[in-house]
Design a protein around this ligand. Structure first.
Ligand SMILES: *Cc1c(COP(=O)(O)O)cnc(C)c1O
Length: 246
């Protein structure tokens, strides 16, 4: 039995809807990249797959997408086996508790949500035991709101300087979550601030020159984020539909 014969509860309509949306998002991302003078290859679409069942994610991976992001370690572990044959590149894009580090490192290729030193140290210590390395992004709170997540922009330099001492972690760039549900005029500064912070920190040698990733932009604003320099956009509901939290 081949994979395509394996039982799936997805109807052909549902599969066609997902692949149609995937093509549409990929097209829009490419057009936005080209409009800002970049190549479509400079921007990767990360599928934000929280609450989505593995069989829907499988459709996207079989359609040629390779990068998925989960918010919860439990969802990464829960779906990993079902998707293992497709070898997705898996990022953690949600908050990580220190007691979940071991499970995360088993399946994640990149942790986008590093925002404090004790967490980074815990990750690094575990990597020492495993004799492995991992990519990470520093999550910055650019929303100018009281968010629990992300280091304040003015504290990013200190955190990055400290985490760069951790030998098993490779800093790839910065990540931010913009203000939810606000207008382009309100959200754009979050993204331009992240780009400017990245340029400043790389220019000053605080971040390595190759740490160029800017993970920013979601379904409602990914083209705007690409216009501001995003290299990874995290798109969920505009591909898979509204999330079902029941
Ligand atoms: C859910 C989520 C996304 C995707 O949001 P959509 O609006 O569904 O595209 C992106 N980034 C993070 C951190 C998320 O939690």
């Amino acid at each position: 039995m081949t994979t395509s014969d394996s039982p799936s509860s997805l109807t052909p309509d549902v599969v066609a809807a997902i692949t149609g949306k995937l093509d549409e998002v990929a097209d829009r991302a490419r057009v936005a990249a080209e409009a800002s003078g970049r190549s479509g290859d400079d921007v990767r679409v990360l599928l934000a797959t929280k609450t989505q069942p593995a069989e829907k994610i499988r459709v996207a991976l079989e359609h040629g997408f390779t990068l998925i992001g989960e918010n919860k370690v439990q969802e990464i572990t829960g779906k990993a086996e079902a998707l293992a044959d497709l070898e997705p590149e898996t990022h953690l894009i949600g908050p990580l508790q220190k007691n979940k580090v071991n499970h995360t490192l088993r399946h994640a290729h990149c942790i986008q949500s590093v925002d404090n030193f004790p967490l980074a140290e815990k990750i690094n210590n575990r990597l020492d035991v495993l004799d492995e390395t991992i990519d990470y992004l520093i999550q910055v709170n650019t929303s100018r709101e009281d968010s629990k997540f992300g280091v304040a922009p003015e504290d990013a330099e200190e955190l990055i300087t400290a985490t760069r001492e951790l030998g098993r972690m490779r800093l790839r760039g910065l990540m931010t979550v913009g203000l939810p549900g606000s207008s382009p005029e309100e959200i754009r500064p979050s993204y331009s601030d992240l780009r400017e912070l990245s340029e400043k920190l790389r220019g000053a040698g605080v971040m390595p020159a190759e740490a160029t990733e800017l993970s920013m932009g979601m379904s409602n604003d990914f083209e705007l984020a690409i216009g501001e320099g995003a290299t990874i956009v995290r798109v969920g509901s505009s591909i898979f539909g509204a999330r079902d939290y029941t």
